[in-house]
Design a protein around this ligand. Sequence first.
Ligand code: GDP
Length: 463
Amino acid sequence: MNGDKTVENGRTIAAISTAQAPGGIGIIRISGSDAKTIASRVFVPAGSHSVMETPGYHALYGTVFDAEGKRIDEAIALIFTAPKSFTGEDVVELSCHGGMYVLKQLLATVFAAGAAPADPGEFTRRAFLNGKMDLTRAEAVMQMISAQGESAARAAAEGNGGALARRIQKIRSRLVASAAHLSAWADYPEDEVPEITSDDLLSDLNFALSECQTLLSQFDAGRALREGVKTVIVGRPNVGKSTLMNLLAGCERSIVTEYAGTTRDVVEEVVLVGGIPLCLADTAGIRTTADPVEQIGVDRAKKRLESAQLVFAVFDSSENLEKEDLDLIQSIGSLPAIAVINKVDLPQVIDINCIKKHFKYLVYISAETGEGFSALESAVSDILNTNHLNPSEGMLYTERQRDAVRRAEICLEEAKTAVLAEMTFDAVTVSVEGAISAFLELTGERVSETVVDEVFSKFCVGK
Ligand code: GDP
């Protein structure tokens, strides 16, 4: 693609751009050179202005009719004129009532009037091809749609605003300056090109390397924000696991009783703790039981624990530690875990030093009163390393982006080794150019069709 942006003017496309579910309002987006003509065939304005003559950023009120001239619904046509639209093409968005029947009927009429069904992500793909956004912003659009938590949405919004692209651009421009200087010096040794020193080169390489390392080291924490963290609540019966789950979920999701062994299955819920989505599983206490139904729950709990990314190990601070508590500590092993010392509203009996020996993170709470909840939130962001993330500085969101930065990092390491080994500057140039190329791929300025297809295949239709 080498940066030569081609406008896909061939087909005018249409799709339902709002969720595929009943809603107050539903929107059909039409994009392409025939967007206005097609919209005029299905939409009749109430006033005297026609769709064709209405300038961009204007809306018309009217009615949409099907191919037989039957009224479908009243609607608003929002008109955008190329290149000032999301896709960079002429766009008309028809908003009507959000019932799925109405929307599907209108979409079929729009197709009959000449539009082609949009492929998944095709609107955003056209925006990318028309130079409206780089590839990292296009990926951020997708992250924004799927963002579950506040932090994830903020990270995606920053990406959409171009924070990552700006950060990459800054690294790249220093490398481009170095590479240009190296080539000029190698190609025109007799001219007055000042000699580049190893120190200058190393300073640029070290800057770029440290940026790559920071981006890579924040990737996992960023993923926690985006995708959520598989979290398991464990503890022997009656320590307050279900009560904790309910506190986190803010509703009565698990059955809370005073009898041991009532949570027989794994109860799941996505909750936000400190802005991070946790996919929580409250499990049947991991213990030996003669009850076959409870045993199924216990087995599932063990399985969940094996795949957990975070464990809340709950202890009842109003009682002594029991063998079951100690067995549980053993089964957690080296998983990232927070010891939740529950029932602090009751007189304290537990041997806290024993717990401190096994857990780096320890919080005191009362799941019943909510006391200590903010300490739990801080412990979660500490353990997941999310507290120092600053999305406005730019973060990596996708495996594709991480892979590109990894490749850049390898090239930069090679360049640095070449400088330190006092190899020829030619060898350095090759590696620096390798790094620049990886960054160009990251932003989509030099990227193959296959990579672009791959990026947009993950989108849904209508985006
Ligand atoms: P689980 O078996 O571990 O899920 O425990 P439950 O959540 O069912 O709680 C067992 C009992 O402990 C219930 O009677 C809860 O009301 C009580 N409980 C839970 N958390 C607290 C707490 O923080 N303080 C007090 N006083 N009681 C609690």
